[in-house]
Design a protein around this ligand. Structure first.
Ligand SMILES: [Zn+2]
Length: 77
């Protein structure tokens, strides 16, 4: 799901390990893990977020994505 705002976990703003950006994420839930993807295309695993968190924030899903790549395509990346 697109997530244009900063993500705050444990009172810390999550930043991209590669380019340091802290907002305009895609949050991707796959195989029980939650990944953050910045606009520059860097991905990092965010272990502090889980599928329960994701489902709470994403609401009812209109599509199930068989693969990670399908998911990215669906989101326009
Ligand atoms: Zn980045």
């Amino acid at each position: 799901m697109p997530w244009p705002w900063p993500i705050v976990l444990d009172d810390e703003v999550v930043a991209c390990a590669e380019c340091g950006t802290y907002r305009d994420w895609l949050i991707i839930s796959t195989r029980g893990q939650v990944w953050l993807r910045c606009r520059a295309g860097h991905q990092q695993l965010e272990t502090r977020l889980g599928t329960a968190w994701f489902n709470r924030h994403s609401g009812p899903s209109d599509a199930t994505h068989a693969t990670f790549e399908d998911c990215l395509r669906h989101l326009g990346h």
